[in-house]
Ligand binder design. Sequence first.
Ligand code: ATR
Length: 273
Amino acid sequence: AKRFAVIGHPVAHSLSPRIHATFARQTGIALEYTAIDAAPEAFDAALAAFAAEGGVGANVTLPHKEHAAAICNNLSDRARRAGAVNTLVRTTIGWDGDNTDGAGLVRDLTERHSRDLRGRKVLLIGAGGAARGVAPTLLDAGIASLYIVNRTASRVDALADALGEPDRVHPRYLDDIGALGNFDLVINATSAARGAGLPVLPGTLLAPRCDAVDLSYGEAAIPFLSWARAAGAHLVIDGLGMLVEQAAESFQRWHGVRPYTDEVYAALRERDD
Ligand code: ATR
């Protein structure tokens, strides 16, 4: 069986091994998919060891997505614009990098939740690896504008530069969030709930029938989703659907077959509730 892995820190609770095992069973493809815990300073050695043991593809999760982009020999267009990689494909000379996070989010919104993203005014909160992954594909999906706010100004400016669409992309400082008007879609891509806590967000961010998405799931998504519900958001969803869809996109990249996602999504959702 071909060998795959997800590399992160922490990674023990990653759902990716289970998702890929389900896809493997469904499609009849033999594969092994494990989780590798590697601290930032150990990432390069862990990836080299994985390759030496026959590893042919890997997912990269936090906090390694930006570093992974830097070590690739070749980047897909969306990974280059993101400056972040979540999917590695082994080649004879090294690694190709792609980023399927944005495609996963867009697919979850447009297919599972029947949303039309075209013409929407979108607010992305955060400019780390998670935000970087979804920004290029949101733009490709035809949104009208993308406001990105971040606590650290240099990081949001760097992301806006990498996206290269000054007419549609507006980097802002988190402290100025109250002056941005309202949005049709608000996305939380910060890790704030896992640390100091969600920053204060004004309810006026939500336009009528605004949708709200947290890119995380489980406990970490609760503060933002509670805020969005209280503020009157229409659709309020966590990142579980995106997780399953980005996995399907990576699976297709590695195996050339698109798996069905409904079965594993339903099973994980049931466990979560
Ligand atoms: P991830 O891969 O989850 O995106 P990351 O790259 O460490 O992880 O990025 C975390 C994001 O959450 C960043 O945008 C970070 O803001 P800074 O760039 O200013 O660090 C944001 N973040 C984390 N804790 C936060 C907090 N308490 N308030 C606001 N933003 C926070």
